[in-house]
Design a protein around this ligand. Sequence first.
Ligand SMILES: *[C@@H]1O[C@H](CO)[C@@H](O)[C@H](O)[C@H]1NC(C)=O
Ligand SMILES: *[C@@H]1O[C@H](CO)[C@@H](O)[C@H](O)[C@H]1NC(C)=O
Length: 153
Amino acid sequence: MVKSLFVYGVLGVLLVPVLCDLITVCVEDDEDLRVDCRINPKPSQYNSYEFSWSSGSKETLINTNVSGSAADVQFKDQSYVEELEPHGYRMTLSGFTHTLPYNTTYICKISKVVASVYVEREHLLPCSAVSMFLKTSCSWIVCLLLFFCHTHS
Ligand SMILES: *[C@@H]1O[C@H](CO)[C@@H](O)[C@H](O)[C@H]1NC(C)=O
Ligand SMILES: *[C@@H]1O[C@H](CO)[C@@H](O)[C@H](O)[C@H]1NC(C)=O
């Protein structure tokens, strides 16, 4: 029993960073591209966000509210950003799903903390699948981990 818990615990530790990522990218039913960025900024810090992608050696800014920088012209008025609970930002981009670069690294920065994820265009998942997956597997694994830690303390 203890041994199998240990195995699940180790498995959980390995899986949590993969499944409960700081940045997730998916395609909505209406074909908008959605990037969720769940970086938790330090409370004392002045909050700002920046969403971009890079393909090849070129990084293109999609949306930001860092003063002094602006989104690439092609993305002007194509995206919007909303706040996520308990922290983080969600960026939604319309009209680019069929023209996304093939091999893209999606990047978000919140108050200078950076998260990025590499996704090939064919491997973008529908958001409905992602949120189901995150809800079930993240909370399940976290529960398991808590249980595991609890029984050993
Ligand atoms: C960016 O937007 C967030 C949330 O709307 C706000 O809290 C923050 O102050 C803004 N940052 C700048 C530099 O305007
Ligand atoms: C994307 O990456 C894959 C795997 O690294 C590579 O085989 C493919 O040629 C790349 N496609 C483009 C369009 O760069």
